[in-house]
Write a protein that binds this ligand. Structure first.
Ligand SMILES: *Cc1c(COP(=O)(O)O)cnc(C)c1O
Length: 685
């Protein structure tokens, strides 16, 4: 039973019209019904309720985070087969203790990852794997709980590609070797055997194979008991089939009754029953919606060519699987026999053969029961971006995976040019994202800052044209955190754009940062004027927790420190000193910076007036320490010197890293910062 039903002539997903979703989100797309998912989960949970049990949803059937979150919220445990799936369940907020790690090929990195987050159990499949887990756990000072997955040599009578319990398959440990394997585990200091497991295949339509497999496992449990090895649970895996067409899978009630009867009859002592169902929980919770691009008549048959194919749903091509296909809107015209095929250049690219449908080009069709092994097996073959996934709950829809873009397809192969720039002793790495569609994520930016694996920088600047001389401009520190304003960076950007002939240098350049617009004027081949905005002296803007004054006084180390304070986008305190060389920049700078009167800390400038057009400055930068150059700090110092009548505009500010010239015409006018920039290196990452 699912919630994809017709209302009149229109197919609905719960209370939402499917054509509307297709129009809004585009096709192809997977549409999930939350109520169907919840209902299936509860049905499985319900039939085992009377026996101690644990249901570990098999993530490989469908690992979408939104679905995993729903299942975690319902109390699900999870069966995973890779580090990637572990990352998915962790991102969905699952309790790592409720995770079972299956699979024949766990890598060292995956085992480390699993032990570090503290997963519940490893289902182990070979002796070499057992030794590897033991060594890694020992090194990490942990004890790993394990269950041996046995190979019961049972034919599940399912498609050979999804049959896993035959002795000719790669899975599990031969039942004849199981006793000695548990003996080995007992000798290994960092392992603890807590259970025994099997999983004989998928889409199984009879009860006998499950019964035989559990019976085989329980015989081994008895034999182990005779050897003094006691376990807490038996894990019977997943594999229960669903109805795609005319199959008659066992009911959940019969499935549970068979397993529980076998357990009660044959278990030598009470054991928890663990299950790993995937398909039976999600298969019916989704449809795949595609658009008919063409109807093509050949001498032999009619083809409906869809915008979805084997890349979106591979089960028909891979297993000859049958999925029902229905029209999203029922048409009155006569049905016609046709093959539904995709655009991929393979003859196996079909979603259904010899189906009777009344559809025309431009219509939508829905492929049913695609929730399991649908999206999770999709690919980018033929350079097709993977499709969107939409979740419906009652009358609400939500995108739970955006459609991939062409930029996504290219992103792992395209190298990004970068330019290393210098302005006043700071180095900047500039990425021109003009040709790429997406701005970079902060994770990627952090990666790039890495001194060994990345390129390293003081600040990373990203640039993307909005239009004409207007650019989106982002500034990141090496830790990936975003900064609001950096005048030195703005000059570097202006130089780059001028060198590459990307702007009209006779016009102002506009840089849109995360919260302001910075304007830059070109005044020489490498010389620029940056509009830093007007200074703000109000304590609320800095912020400073004291009433407004020209000079503030605080006590640090039993000495009174006197300073002026203002915001130049960033907070600044400016202290006058007689001699810049002898200023205690580190100690006093730090104490003022961290003083409780600055709730968000402050940069601290030490200023010595040299003459009416020149001052010297050293800056203690918050979170950094003494810095070679601070553009907004130079502005702050010059503004204070001008305001107090010690200098006249323009003021040359001598910083450790070089000189800047500051222009300011007084209260409420913007501060202009003049200086140079240099390009030092160009490369690719
Ligand atoms: C795939 C798999 C499952 C889930 O199988 P379904 O047929 O989807 O229920 C469970 N356990 C293991 C070890 C698997 O590999």
């Amino acid at each position: 039973m699912d919630y994809f039903l017709y209302k009149g002539d229109e197919l609905y997903a719960e209370d939402v019209c499917v054509s509307k979703i297709a129009e809004e989100y585009g096709t192809p797309c997977y549409i999930y019904s939350q109520q169907t998912l919840e209902r299936h989960w509860q049905a499985v949970e319900g039939v085992f309720a009377k026996h101690p049990h644990r249901i570990c949803y098999a993530v490989k059937a469908n690992g979408n985070l939104a679905l995993l979150k729903i299942l975690a919220g319902l109390g699900a445990s999870f069966d995973i087969v890779s580090g990637g799936e572990l990352a998915r369940v962790m991102a969905a907020g699952a309790d790592p203790q409720k995770v079972v790690f299956s699979g024949v090929g766990k890598t060292t990195a995956e085992i480390k990852q699993a032990l570090s987050v503290g997963i519940g159990v490893f289902n182990v499949e070979s002796l070499p794997e057992i030794h590897r887990i033991n060594i890694i756990a020992e090194n990490l000072g942990k004890i790993a709980s394990v269950a041996v997955r046995i190979n019961p040599d049972i034919n599940a009578n399912t498609h050979p590609y999804i049959s896993t319990g035959l002795s000719s398959n790669k899975f599990g440990i031969d039942k004849n070797q199981v006793l000695s394997v548990y003996k080995t585990i007992e000798t290994l200091p960092a392992l603890k055997a807590v259970g025994i497991a099997c999983h004989i295949g998928s889409q199984i339509l009879e009860l006998t194979p499950f019964e035989e497999a559990l019976s085989c496992v329980l015989q081994l449990v008895s034999a182990l008991k005779d050897e003094g090895v006691l376990l807490q649970h038996v894990d019977v895996g997943g594999g229960l089939g669903v109805c795609y067409d005319a199959e008659t899978p066992p009911s959940l009630e019969d499935y549970a009754a068979t397993l529980l009867n076998t357990l009660h009859k044959q278990a030598p002592y009470p054991l928890e029953l663990w299950l790993e169902p995937g398909r039976v929980i999600v298969a019916n919770a989704a449809i795949l919606v595609a658009k008919v691009e063409y109807l093509k008549e050949t001498a032999h048959k009619t083809f409906a060519i869809l915008d979805a194919g084997m890349t979106d749903l591979v089960r028909p091509a891979l297993y000859h699987a049958h999925h029902n296909i229905i029209a999203v809107k029922k048409l009155k015209q006569k049905e016609k026999m046709m093959d539904l095929v995709g655009p991929v250049c393979e003859s196996s690219d079909f979603l259904g053969k010899s189906r009777l449908l009344a559809i025309l080009p431009g219509d939508y069709i829905a492929v049913r029961s695609v929730g399991a092994y649908g999206f999770s097996m999709s690919s980018q073959y033929n350079a097709r971006p993977r499709c969107a996934e939409i979740l419906v709950h009652k009358d609400k829809t939500q995108s739970i995976r955006r459609r991939e873009t062409i930029a996504d397809l290219l992103s792992h192969e395209q190298k990004q040019p970068f330019v290393k720039m210098q302005a006043l002793g700071n180095d900047f790495v500039l990425l021109d994202l003009d040709d790429n569609k997406e701005m970079w994520s902060s994770d990627k930016i952090k990666q790039l800052s890495h001194r060994q694996e990345g390129i390293g920088y003081d600040q990373l600047l990203t640039l993307k044209r909005k239009e004409g001389n207007q650019f989106y401009y982002r500034i990141y520190n090496a830790d990936g955190g975003e900064v609001e304003q950096c005048g030195n960076g703005a000059r570097a950007v202006a130089l780059y754009l001028a060198l590459k002939n990307k702007i009209d240098s006779t016009l102002e350049l506009q840089l849109l940062t995360c919260n302001r617009v910075m304007t830059v004027k070109t005044i020489g081949p490498k010389r620029f004027l940056v509009n830093m905005g007007p200074p703000d002296f109000s304590p609320a803007a800095i912020p400073l927790q004291m009433p407004l004054q020209d000079q503030y006084e605080i006590r640090v180390d039993n000495q009174i420190q006197c300073f002026a304070a203002l915001s130049m986008g960033n907070p600044h305190a400016v202290l006058r000193v007689e001699s810049i060389e002898n200023a205690s920049v580190q100690s006093i700078g730090k104490a003022v910076c961290l003083h409780p009167c600055f709730p968000r800390q402050s940069n601290v400038g030490f200023m010595q007036i040299i003459d009416r057009h020149r001052l010297a400055l050293r800056v203690y930068e918050r979170a950094v320490g003494e810095t070679l150059a601070c553009g907004s700090g130079a502005c702050a110092a010059a503004v204070i010197a001008l305001r107090e009548g010690d200098c006249d505009s323009p003021v040359t500010v001598q910083l450790t890293g070089g000189e800047l010239i500051i222009h300011w015409q007084g209260e409420n006018t913007p501060v202009w910062m003049e200086g140079e920039a240099e390009c030092v290196y160009e490369g690719w990452v």
